[in-house]
Each structure stands twice: as C-alpha cells, then as structure tokens.
Design a protein around this ligand. Sequence first.
Ligand code: GRF
Length: 212
Amino acid sequence: MSRTARVGVLVSGRGSNLQALLDAAADPWYPADIAVVVSNVPGAYALERAAAAGVAAHTVDHRGKPRADFERELIATLGEVDFVCLAGFMRVLTPTFLDAFPERVLNIHPALLPAFPGTHGAAQALAAGVTQAGATCHLVDAGVDTGPILAQGSVPVLAGDTEAALAARILAVEHRLYPLCLRWMAEGRVVVTNRRASVQLQTGESRWITGA
Ligand code: GRF
C-alpha cells in the first residue's frame, strides 16, 4: 500500500478551495491528507474551515518583514509536507520558497491560462468578450500563473453575466479540478518535461472538464 501524501495549504481568504480539498481528503481512499493550513492574513475564514476539520491552522503574517524572511517562516511552519497547495493565497512566491518544494507546489487560477493571469480572471474574461471562461490547476514556478498546466475546466460566458455570476460559475469548476489534480500528484502520475506536464490518465479521466 502506498503512503498517503502530506499536504500543506496556503490561504489568504474565504477558503472554498481549501474546503474542496478537505472534503476530498475526508475520503479514506483519497491519496492525500491535508496536514496543515497556513494563512498570511490573520482571521481569514479559511482558518476556521481548517479548525473545523481538525487540521492544524497557523498564521504567518507577511507584513513588516522582508519577503525572504516571510517565505522561510512559511517553510518552517509547513514542516514536512510532500505538496503545497495555494488556495486563494494572495502572495507571489519566490525561489526562496519554491526551491524547498521543487515541482510540488500547486495553484488554482480562475481563468483558462495562459489567458488572463494575475487577479480578477472573471472580470478579464468579460472585458475581453470571450465566450468560454474557466479555471486552470497548475504547478507553480517563479512567474505569475506561468507554471506547467495540470488540468483545465471551462464554463460558458452567458449573456448579461456579471463578474460575480461568472466567478461563481468558474469557482464550481475550481472545486472539481483541484482535488483531481492533487490526486494525480499524490499518486505520482504527473511528469514534467520542458515545463510541460503530462499525466498518466486512467479510464474516464480527462485533463479538460466542462461546467454548467
Ligand atoms: C479562487 O478564485 C482561486 O482561483 C483564486 O483565488 C480564489 C480563492 O477562493 N486563486 P477561495 O479562497 O478558495 O474561496
């Protein structure tokens, strides 16, 4: 029997993607355990979700310290973890952090990368007038939302969509994508070559999902 991967989750806010990972990990057959949650924002609601699930929850405030010190403190607080999931974590990470977890840091982004990196993915999609929006789960490199793509999911942009309505539709896809991609990582089914990921898919799996 293979061992269950230990996962740390970094958060800054409401933590709905953290909740999706916690819910997935509650299944005894899921190959990853959420071992620790760290927020850079004191009082973030995600910390309550962690506590409710019985997961260690910590705050490492980024304010008032050099970025490298902040990142070293994050590494120390995470402890021995196999993977780190960014779930609405609003700080850019540098090699100080990333080199501690090579090709083992995941992120979920509310756009079909490489379109619309950075913040406000739904607003960017509306402003561009695209007909399909979506989410991307990817490995994190030192760029902003530029790492190898693991899987993507699309949703239609509907007539009269507001940013909030589209963002909510995208979020539902994020909640399906993230546990799927963490499973692939934990099961050792992802290989990265020349900054591109390939996934050993099982029957019925796809790297592209569609939402309502
Ligand atoms: C999500 O839209 C995610 O794609 C982005 O930040 C948001 C976090 O939401 N990176 P939540 O805190 O997981 O609810």
